[in-house]
Design a protein around this ligand. Sequence first.
Ligand code: HAM
Length: 444
Amino acid sequence: MPRRKKIISETPKKSDRFQAQLVRGMKDILPQDQGLWQALRDKARELGEAWGFGRIDLPILESTSLFERTVGATTDIVEKEMFSFIDKGGDSLTLRPEATASAARAYVEHGMLNLSQPVKLYYIGPMFRHERPQAGRFRQLHQIGYEIFGEAKPLVDAEIIILSWIFLQELGIDTQIQINSLACPDDREEYKRQLLDFLKPSKRFLCDDCQRRLVKNPFRVIDCKNENCQKIIANMPQMVDTLCGECKDHFSKILEYLEEVDVPFNLNPRIVRGLDYYTRTVFEVWPLEEETETSSVKTADVLGGGGRYDGLVELLGGQPTPGLGVALGMDRIVAKLRDKDITPVLRVKKPQVFLAQLGEGARKRALKLFADLRKTELRVQANFSKESLRNQLEIANRLEVKITLILGQKEVVDGTIIVRDMESGEQEVINQEKLISELEKRLA
Ligand code: HAM
């Protein structure tokens, strides 16, 4: 048994020690879990590139007003869930609860209107919402989002929905799209009037939240989870019945495209989404399980959501520009993959060569060799903190590399290196100067 090295450190005083803990609703993503997360990031990039999206990284901190004005002051996100604070300069800042508003801000601020339209952007990253933590609901959540600016045709609504469906399908998760139209602002005013006429007589039977919503934002009554409220709205007037000719046409074309591609969908009048910027199309991506009823799913199971926001860019000071997008919840997708025991096939290329070293002098030489090999197209890995050859060969096996290079003290003195074919186990000693050409030949 190799003896453990003693780690010399300054011992903190007992009174200085404390038990540091995760903040509620946050989580660590440990090395052993990274595979699934990386698979999602790779899929996001691969599909994004395949559909012509460019990556955008948006800041995590934004002005509080960005979300108040776009997501909406009376929405749950803004009313209850934002992590906002006043910074040292006296500005009100917020940890972004979502990134659509930021993408629209960036579109306006960087004059993307002058680029060839539509502009297609995708992002990957954390969002923050002060929700009640439970399975599938975190305060730091992670999203993959796709946004398209500058295209009004229903074809792109279908495109973004199909992209979301394919994303999950390729990972091995069956889903069904829940779709609805929130209409244009004029239709919505008419519908709001009808909805209020319908709800007001039952006001006292609604939950406290919905009684307030009735005044501030009656659409939010529609997706209230309270049983009494659900019973009342079961007979509500339907938004699709108030759509004007253009909105109706837009909606039915999207459905035609979805049918064409065989995307499973369900017309669901209860999908109103919790953000104010939506116009016309709204949708959610629900897992399709045998036990899932088509009309309801736990909120914490919804894998993604999105829709059209044709007024958002103008609201942020830009020219009138249609837009739409989707965000997929990475935490929930990872959980689903884990539940179903799915290991997505990574399309990233695996390492080809592992460089192992034995002894202090060999390690130094191996570091230089490693740096030289990394300058080539060869995909090389090493682990310089491992000393035993057995440990290093175990890693090489796990990585499933074709070749392991072994550099010992003798090879350093001779200027040679051992090339081991991992499949046959055959070893050959070659001159270090010929190493790169030899590897290229063997891996060609
Ligand atoms: P959202 O529906 O609020 O939409 O979030 C999208 C997805 O993020 C949800 O379907 C869910 O999978 C995940 N998610 C949301 N909250 C949590 C949470 N607390 N814990 C874990 N996962 C969560 C938006 O954010 C819009 N920006 C989507 C969009 C893009 N609309 C147009 N473009």
